[in-house]
Write a protein that binds this ligand. Structure first.
Ligand SMILES: NC(=O)c1ccc[n+]([C@@H]2O[C@H](COP(=O)([O-])OP(=O)(O)OC[C@H]3O[C@@H](n4cnc5c(N)ncnc54)[C@H](O)[C@@H]3O)[C@@H](O)[C@H]2O)c1
Length: 260
């Protein structure tokens, strides 16, 4: 096997990367790193205004496709538009996710179902449709954004979220098995607390990566939230040939939260 240089390992020239939920937060951090690594990048999101503007600002190597990942026909459209514009799908980042907080005893079936549909069914739909393209072209890589909640609850009120994120990790492992002999690797990342627009909204006031006043941050051994870019560099590694022997793995990036 040819040994690639560090530069070659992280050069995504001619490769196409799709990022769901790519308009904001961790997803947009990932988009920026893959653009820097010379990839063609597709931002897929439901926030059309933000997504379209960011894709336009990033230039002709970036395409925005409006997609609700829980809707099968919209996911098909995402895959078709990507292939039409860039020909291949080399890396697919299943990042779109929501994390509203509600105790089980106050939860409706609709609330439960919406979280499962976006966080878990969305990963299934996107993985299946993108893998059809990857199988035809002879290979590809999936990076699924799970959570520390894929392994362990981070707080009360997240039972529906935790069920969906445990599901993402379970799906990742079994799909990795199914794809292993097809030159398709499937791995996941378990972020801890990351300062994003979504966290800002859910905490009604927001957190800064270095904020020590937040109760959650105080429980993090590194005493700070992570930044989207600290997840993006892990995604870049998992998508690259630097991780060529990794499949079915979960990389925890949480400032030590699960150790405490
Ligand atoms: N921020 C954290 O602390 C943290 C921790 C662990 C895991 N995660 C996971 O990381 C992922 C991204 O989280 P974030 O904090 O960046 O969120 P965010 O809310 O800042 O960004 C999420 C993006 O996904 C989009 N989106 C929402 N529903 C969608 C749908 N149905 N289809 C397509 N796009 C949709 C939103 O419009 C938004 O642009 C999620 O899967 C989340 O569960 C986040």
């Amino acid at each position: 096997m040819d040994k690639k240089s560090i530069q070659q390992l992280f050069d995504f020239s001619g490769k196409t990367v799709v990022v769901t939920g790519g308009a904001k937060g961790i997803g947009f951090g990932i988009v920026q790193r893959f653009i820097e690594a010379s990839a063609n990048v597709v931002i897929s999101d439901i926030d059309n205004e933000v997504g379209e503007k960011k894709a336009k600002d990033l230039g002709k190597k970036c395409l925005y496709v409006s997609t609700d990942v829980s809707d099968e026909s919209q996911v098909e459209n995402l895959v078709n538009q990507t292939v039409e514009k860039f020909k291949t799908i080399d890396v697919f980042i299943n990042n779109a996710g929501i994390y509203p907080n509600k105790p089980v005893m106050e939860m409706t079936a609709e609330f439960w179902q919406k979280i499962q549909d976006i966080n878990l069914k969305g990963v299934f739909l996107c993985s299946q449709k993108a893998a059809e393209v990857m199988i035809k072209q002879g290979g590809g890589v999936f990076v699924n954004i799970g959570s520390i909640d894929s392994l362990h609850p981070s707080g009360i009120g997240l039972a529906a979220y935790d069920a969906s994120k445990h599901g993402v990790w379970g799906f990742t492992k079994n799909f990795a098995l199914e794809m292993a002999d097809k030159n398709i690797r499937v791995n996941a990342i378990a972020p801890g607390g990351v300062a994003t627009e979504g966290v800002e909204e859910s905490t009604k006031g927001g957190v800064k990566a270095g904020d020590l006043t937040n109760a959650f941050a105080q429980k993090i051994p590194m005493k700070r939230f992570g930044n989207p870019d600290e997840m993006a560099t892990v995604a870049l590694f998992l998508a690259s040939d630097a991780a060529s022997y990794m499949t079915g793995s979960l990389v925890v990036a949480d400032g030590g939260y699960l150790l405490a």
